[in-house]
Design a protein around this ligand. Structure first.
Ligand code: AMP
Length: 298
């Protein structure tokens, strides 16, 4: 009998998934023997082209690439979507294989934190970035969120021993806080910011876009349209943030609930009254039950 092996399209599962911290550390130790540079791409999975752009940048920059896939319980509040968050590890592994990722690190919450692995864990050593940067924008409604983010990111840096870590500008506040942590704690890692990847109609890619109905998705398009109009007006000389705010409100679909629309200096994160080069315009909205964020940098 002749056996024919057919490789299923897209089923090239070469990238190993490691769940265990000791195994990652041992693998990295082996890599270090041949002086490899290591890149880390931290994610919560449900990978899309936004994540893929970070992975591609990591592949260009480093000899070895680790993608972490971990829905981090200590960055979710009790009424947030931790249980509902999309988990698609097989698909994520497939995408990572196709992009040439060396390892997917997908630990359990127990592996990372032990049994008491929620935001209210008082037994865990946390990283608390400065309150003035964690209590504004997304942190205003997501109490403790950035403490959970900074804590898991520092753990991932330590576990992976990475030389480079890749973060999206889509999460501008997160990127600012991570950069601050790296600087303040003298961490030996270089943070590489990566631009926002959008659908062709402007919607910023997000794992949470999966929650949107077709109708909600059409409303959500007004978010990137409003930001784009701010950029256009700025290029025409309009700098007054009150005027720019009102313009954005007039463009946002009336079914959308605005959480914030803020203007900040991109380097210092201080609020600004007049837009200038290198300003961040950041927005968070609720579309139905789905919370979305987006931003532009002038
Ligand atoms: P997440 O899985 O949502 O925690 O995101 C993991 C990383 O991917 C973060 O650094 C995000 O900023 C980045 N990211 C998410 N969406 C996008 C996007 N549309 N474009 C670029 N980077 C993104």
């Amino acid at each position: 009998m002749r056996l024919i092996f057919v490789q299923k399209k897209g089923k090239n599962l070469n990238t190993a998934v490691i769940n265990n911290i000791t195994d990652i550390k041992n693998t990295v130790k082996e890599w270090r023997k041949s002086n490899c540079t290591i890149g880390l791409v931290p994610t919560m999975g449900a990978l899309h082209n936004g994540h893929a752009s970070l992975i591609k940048k990591a592949k260009e920059t480093c000899d070895k690439v680790i993608v972490s896939v971990f829905v981090n319980p200590i960055q979710f509040g009790p009424s947030e979507d931790f249980d509902k968050y999309p988990r698609t590890l097989d698909k994520d592994q497939n995408l990572c294989s196709n992009l040439g990722v060396d390892i997917v690190f997908a630990p359990s919450a127990n592996e990372m934190y032990g049994e008491n692995n929620r935001l209210n864990n008082t037994d865990l050593t946390f990283v608390y970035p400065p309150f003035k940067f964690t209590d504004c924008l997304c942190g205003k409604t997501r109490t403790g969120h950035f403490d959970g983010v900074a804590t898991v990111v520092l753990k991932l840096f330590n576990i992976s021993g990475a030389d480079y870590a890749f973060f999206g500008q889509k999460d501008a506040q997160q990127l600012f806080i991570i950069n601050k942590m790296v600087k303040d704690l003298n961490l030996d890692i270089k943070i590489i910011p990566c631009p926002i990847v959008r659908e062709s109609d402007g919607l910023a890619l997000s794992s949470r876009n999966k929650y949107l109905s077709d109708e909600e998705r059409s409303w959500a398009l007004s978010v990137s349209k409003a930001l784009k109009q701010i950029k256009t007006l700025y290029s025409q000389g309009v700098t007054d943030t009150n005027i720019l705010f009102d313009t954005a409100i007039s463009i946002l679909n009336s079914n959308i609930e605005l959480e914030y629309l803020e203007f900040r200096d991109y380097n210092s994160f201080e609020p600004i009254k007049k837009l200038k080069d290198n300003s961040l315009v950041a927005i968070a909205v609720k579309v139905g039950k789905t919370r979305l964020i987006d931003n532009i940098i002038t």
